[in-house]
Design a protein around this ligand. Structure first.
Ligand code: AMP
Length: 112
């Protein structure tokens, strides 16, 4: 099981922001911004590069869930960044697809 599957199974605790039967959103344990939430599909896709055409609806749902998180955590006016790290050069550390939502501080561009 991935660490995020364990969170979904309540074997590891997390500060959950939102959840339904397909996805869950919870606060990152090592936040890089005042708001740093991860949105994770309950069905494991290891990373974006290993997604399939049949994952289209689930991938869309992950992005639509960023709006729910932004509404819940008051990011709609100030703005927020959505990040997916894919593979070693991007710094991916958990092989279970997840979308980062970062906000509540100005974020520099380009990222490091
Ligand atoms: P990435 O580097 O894109 O693979 O992101 C993995 C993220 O998962 C990192 O930001 C970690 O801080 C976060 N993370 C790892 N373990 C946990 C956990 N138990 N609860 C919440 N976030 C976690």
């Amino acid at each position: 099981m991935t660490i995020f599957e364990k969170i979904a199974a309540r074997e590891i605790s997390a500060q959950i922001v939102w959840e339904d039967d397909e996805v869950m959103a919870f606060h990152d344990v090592d936040p890089k911004a005042p708001v740093h939430v991860l949105i994770v599909p309950k069905r494991v896709i290891p990373r974006l590069a290993e997604s399939a055409d049949t994952d289209q609806a689930l991938l869309g749902k992950l992005l639509l869930t960023t709006r729910i998180v932004a509404e819940k955590l008051d990011l709609l006016t100030s703005g927020y960044r959505v990040v997916i790290n894919n593979g070693p050069d991007a710094g991916e550390s958990v092989p279970h697809l997840h979308v980062h939502v970062l906000g509540k501080r100005p974020l520099t561009w380009p990222p490091g």
